[in-house]
Design a protein around this ligand. Structure first.
Ligand SMILES: NC(=O)c1ccc[n+]([C@@H]2O[C@H](COP(=O)([O-])OP(=O)(O)OC[C@H]3O[C@@H](n4cnc5c(N)ncnc54)[C@H](O)[C@@H]3O)[C@@H](O)[C@H]2O)c1
Length: 397
């Protein structure tokens, strides 16, 4: 008897030749080709190719079959999408930008656009944008006719160093971030650094926090030191050395890709480490009201709190905590606790209780250790009181 199996993206993608994968991380060694870098990852049953380039015009060499496709962007990235689509004139779906539009209604718009364009199961969604467009388009692709093809052109620093790779998709619901979602990696990710020239400074700074997070998680200090040695120039896109930026993005993507390839659905102990600063940070984002503080600003604040927690629990060496906090402060993030917009420890604590990372009613935090980071569960009243003291600003380093 034959069994019906819904089609998966892997059905319409070239299968990866696993014999050519290097090492246990299931990641191809990066290929440096002048000012372009190629990477490939195996995430469970899916492969993702990544091309990082200084220039947007490298896109056409990367994607060559645009039949049966729609273009997705938001009102700020529509002009970037148009640079490509003026030639192909594909049906397009332009969403309102921002976290407040990362909702079901935006997913519906994408699905309607695909339906109106008569896209079949082998249809392709080509999304241009940051983490919001990436998460929404990836989610819509994962459910359209039970899964169609998906390519992402990442246009924010946060998207480039974090959100674009790894397959988490979703949208916010009932005022809870990413309450609904799927794992559905893009088949191709294109990272054109020159699109960052129009990115608002606040968004550049938001992405820089995720880059610092990755640097803290890496067990060697290479990425951390590259940032530390270039703090002043990395404060803005226009002053950043573009080849340095290419290398920073490659290191961040390689790191995230290798973690995700070992734990594609976050069932193990490694992928969850990518949430360093996020239990505190997500709570701050919801306490401030979604969209009122950038994701990265909240993560930077959360990383400082994680250092305080790690020190209080005897996990983070004080010298390392001070080094991390020093780097975060050097980029002028607001590190003070309580945070001016959300001073109530009880509100933050309630938000933490909704965190998807929690297991068996324990709060889960990622804290830096001597090298990298580790996950801790907070259950005892004594440890909960430590969290409250941190939120009230009673424990500082
Ligand atoms: N899937 C994942 O693994 C993952 C990881 C981290 C974060 N995220 C999600 O990513 C989201 C945050 O992503 P983000 O910071 O990229 O936000 P975003 O997508 O909202 O982009 C930020 C702002 O910049 C604008 N913009 C984007 N590119 C631009 C450009 N080149 N020039 C001018 N304006 C531009 C956008 O329109 C938006 O207003 C959150 O929803 C978060 O949950 C997902």
């Amino acid at each position: 008897m034959s069994v019906f199996r819904p089609p998966r993206a892997s059905d319409v993608r070239p299968a990866v030749n696993s014999s050519s994968l290097t090492g246990k991380n299931l990641i191809f060694s990066p290929v440096f080709a002048g000012k372009v870098i190629f990477l490939q990852f195996l995430f469970g049953e899916y492969t993702t190719d990544v091309k990082i380039s200084l220039e947007f015009n490298e896109l056409e060499n990367y994607i060559n079959d645009f039949t049966n496709s729609i273009v997705i962007a938001d009102n700020n990235t529509a002009s970037i999408a148009e640079k490509f689509n003026k030639k192909y004139k594909l049906p397009h779906c332009i969403l309102e930008s921002g976290e407040e539009n990362k909702n079901w209604s935006s997913v519906e718009k994408i699905l309607s656009c695909a339906h109106n364009a008569n896209l079949g199961r082998d249809g392709l969604f080509i999304a241009f944008g940051g983490g919001v467009i990436g998460d929404l388009s990836g989610f819509a692709a994962s459910i359209y006719k039970r899964g169609c093809r998906f390519i992402l052109i990442s246009t924010t620093l946060l998207g480039m160093v974090d959100a674009s790779v790894g397959g988490k998709t979703g949208f916010d619901f009932l005022e809870i971030k990413n309450l609904a979602g799927t794992f559905y990696p893009a088949e191709k990710v294109f990272i054109p650094l020159d699109t960052l020239s129009t990115l608002p400074q606040v968004e550049w700074k938001s992405g820089m926090a995720e880059l610092i997070k990755t640097a803290v998680l890496c067990e060697d200090d290479v990425l951390f030191n590259m940032i530390l040695e270039n703090i002043e120039s990395l404060k803005e896109y226009k002053s950043a050395n573009k080849e340095l930026l290419l290398n920073l993005v490659e290191k961040a993507v390689s790191f995230k890709g290798s973690i995700v390839s070992e734990d594609p659905k976050e069932t193990g102990t490694k992928r969850v480490l990518l949430n360093l600063g996020h239990t505190f940070g997500h709570a701050l984002e919801s306490a401030c009201g979604l969209g009122n503080i950038s994701h990265g600003e909240a993560v930077a604040w959360g990383m400082v709190r994680s250092c305080e927690l790690g020190c209080a629990l005897g996990i983070t060496p004080k010298e390392r905590a001070n080094k991390i906090i020093g780097l975060i402060k050097a980029f002028n993030y607001n590190c003070a606790s309580p945070y001016p917009l959300a001073k109530e420890a009880s509100t933050l604590l309630n938000a933490m209780k909704n965190d998807k990372k929690n297991k068996n009613n324990a709060l889960r935090f990622i804290v830096p250790d001597a090298k990298g980071a580790r996950s801790v569960n907070i259950e005892s009243e004594k440890d909960l009181n430590t969290i409250i003291s941190i939120l009230k600003g009673e424990i500082t380093l």
